[in-house]
Design a protein around this ligand. Structure first.
Ligand SMILES: Cc1cc2nc3c(=O)[nH]c(=O)nc-3n(C[C@H](O)[C@H](O)[C@H](O)COP(=O)(O)OP(=O)(O)OC[C@H]3O[C@@H](n4cnc5c(N)ncnc54)[C@H](O)[C@@H]3O)c2cc1C
Ligand SMILES: NC(=O)c1ccc[n+]([C@@H]2O[C@H](COP(=O)([O-])OP(=O)(O)OC[C@H]3O[C@@H](n4cnc5c(N)ncnc54)[C@H](O)[C@@H]3O)[C@@H](O)[C@H]2O)c1
Length: 456
């Protein structure tokens, strides 16, 4: 016998937890189904622990900048406080009791196990709590993504790390090979390197963080190289082996790279196997669930977070979750709008970005002007001195005279980009931006310099 409820949410990561909690608080009878930990990837194996590692690495880097600026400092890096902070403060040793209680306090019911669709409005759960549920109002799929492991010969046979192993490391490895120079690759590489790990990053494309502006990737590559990391761009792994305690990655040009650990950070993918998508007329082989402006996939079925393919970020998952919650509650809410989607790669310098890159804007057939300003050339950058690398790049749609994209890399680049996100979202005319007052001497005055530099 199926149990009648109002809403079933499959997957309780940031997206699922938000939508389930909101609807339960509003008084609906909500079942949240979770196969692993309530909270999902972000708090246990991704955003939060990785940012704790980065915060610690940045402290070391700042201390190392003291000579020549503020006297002398002796820095003795120690991973132990990082590992224990990740265990005690971030993840409670990978225990989700507090998150489960939080959901129960909102009136939700957590069902532990793996959920699958079993026809329209129906969910079956395999697992300790088990059961069959019929949802009167909504089923929300929020099952997230998994690491995408490239088909490099030998890779499947070796004990490589994913993000999960990296954030759980009790010690930094002596040496680390990193396959993939995207967000995960560069963030974790720099953090480990600052604790003494000898890091080599192998990126298949011709630059790091290739989804962002080329100038940002070049900047990050320069900084990493200066910090002693080896960066191999345009490099493809031909095969991988593990002998004794060492990993060897053989590149297509026959270069052999060795390391004590191998982190695979080559992107993430949805895995709809066993989710029963075919029972509601969807194709489990799709990479993402196609949604309308309210994140509806089919009548009574919604999707939020990484599974929608709109950007694998916690802020996207929560934004979408809020739209679904308001839609299910019958509250007015505009359609999802991804024009001003912000991204921050938390390297040092941080790379904040919003909207379109120059290449994407040109690819859309827009008439484009760009403006670039370098942080060290600004008053604040010059004053800041050590660690002042950075840039602001603006992408203007000259047809409309508004910014459609921007990058703010540098100290606090992720904060500087906020004003630019408002400009892109609000379609603020470039002329208006040029006649604003920018506080002196701030990093965000680089925006004014880049506006002045806009040219075809
Ligand atoms: C190392 C790393 C660092 C990151 N850093 C950032 C960052 O700084 N900022 C940022 O915005 N984003 C960051 N991200 C991305 C962010 O973690 C994801 O975008 C976010 O977690 C997606 O949320 P979600 O709810 O879609 O899915 P997830 O967090 O993946 O959660 C999905 C949940 O569904 C569960 N599940 C799956 N299938 C089933 C099933 N059939 N039945 C029941 N439960 C199921 C899973 O167990 C999981 O708990 C990072 C990712 C990584 C890997
Ligand atoms: N700060 C943040 O917000 C943050 C941090 C980490 C992750 N994330 C999210 O998680 C997602 C996944 O991160 P990611 O870094 O794994 O993916 P990614 O897609 O950002 O980068 C993967 C990189 O691996 C490269 N690559 C793919 N196959 C390769 C191969 N065989 N050899 C060498 N390089 C190869 C790609 O060219 C790409 O540059 C990100 O796209 C982002 O959405 C966000």
């Amino acid at each position: 016998m199926a149990e009648q409820v109002d809403v079933v949410v499959i997957g309780m990561g940031p997206g699922g937890e938000h939508v389930a909690g909101r609807l339960a608080e509003a008084g609906l009878n909500v079942v949240g189904v979770e196969a692993e930990l309530v909270g999902g990837e972000c708090p246990y194996w991704a955003c939060v622990p990785s940012k704790m590692m980065i915060r610690a690495g940045n402290l070391l880097a700042e201390a190392r900048r003291v000579p020549g600026m503020a006297g002398a400092a002796r820095v003795a890096a120690d991973w132990a406080p990082v590992a224990s902070r990740i265990r005690e403060e971030a993840t409670d040793d990978w225990n989700d009791a507090a998150a489960a209680d939080r959901f129960a306090d909102k009136g939700g019911r957590l069902v532990r196990g793996r959920g699958r669709l079993a026809g329209p409005g129906r969910v079956e759960v395999d697992g300790p709590d088990g059961g069959v549920f019929e949802a009167r109002h909504a089923i929300v799929v929020a099952t997230g993504t998994k690491p995408q492991i490239p088909p490099v010969p030998g890779l499947k046979e070796v004990p490589y790390w994913t993000n999960r192993d990296a954030v759980a490391a009790k010690e930094p490895p002596r040496s680390l090979l990193v396959l993939g120079g995207g967000a995960i690759g560069v963030e974790l590489s720099q953090a480990f390197a600052r604790f003494g790990t000898d890091v080599t990053v192998v990126e298949a494309m011709d630059r790091l963080i290739p989804a962002e502006e080329p100038e940002a990737g070049e900047l990050v590559a320069e900084v990493l190289a200066r910090e002693g990391l080896t960066v191999r761009t345009g490099a493809r792994a031909a095969r991988v082996r593990h002998e004794g305690d060492a990993f060897t990655v053989v590149l297509e040009d026959d270069t052999e790279l060795t390391g004590d650990q191998l982190l695979v950070a080559t992107g993430r993918r949805t895995d709809f196997t066993g989710l029963g998508l075919e029972t509601v007329g969807l194709d489990p082989a799709d990479r993402a669930l196609r949604t309308d402006g309210r994140l509806r996939v089919a009548p009574g079925l919604w999707a939020v977070g990484d599974v929608t393919g709109h950007g694998a970020f916690t802020h996207v998952a929560m934004y979408e979750a809020e739209i679904v919650a308001r839609t299910v509650l019958g509250e007015p809410v505009p359609d999802a709008d991804y024009r001003a989607l912000p991204r921050v790669t938390f390297t040092d310098p941080e790379v904040g970005a919003v909207g379109l890159t120059e290449e994407q804007a040109r690819g859309k057939g827009l008439r484009v002007r760009t403006g670039l300003a370098r942080v060290p050339a600004s008053a604040r950058g010059w004053i800041h001195k050590a660690g002042n690398e950075g840039l602001v790049k603006l992408v203007e749609d000259t047809g409309r005279g508004v910014l459609v994209g921007a990058t703010a890399a540098g100290p606090m680049g992720g904060e500087v980009v906020y004003g630019l996100a408002v400009a892109v979202q609000g379609q603020v005319p470039v002329e208006t931006l040029r006649h604003m007052i920018y506080a002196y001497p701030t990093f965000h005055r680089g925006v004014e310099d880049a506006l002045r530099a806009l040219k075809d």
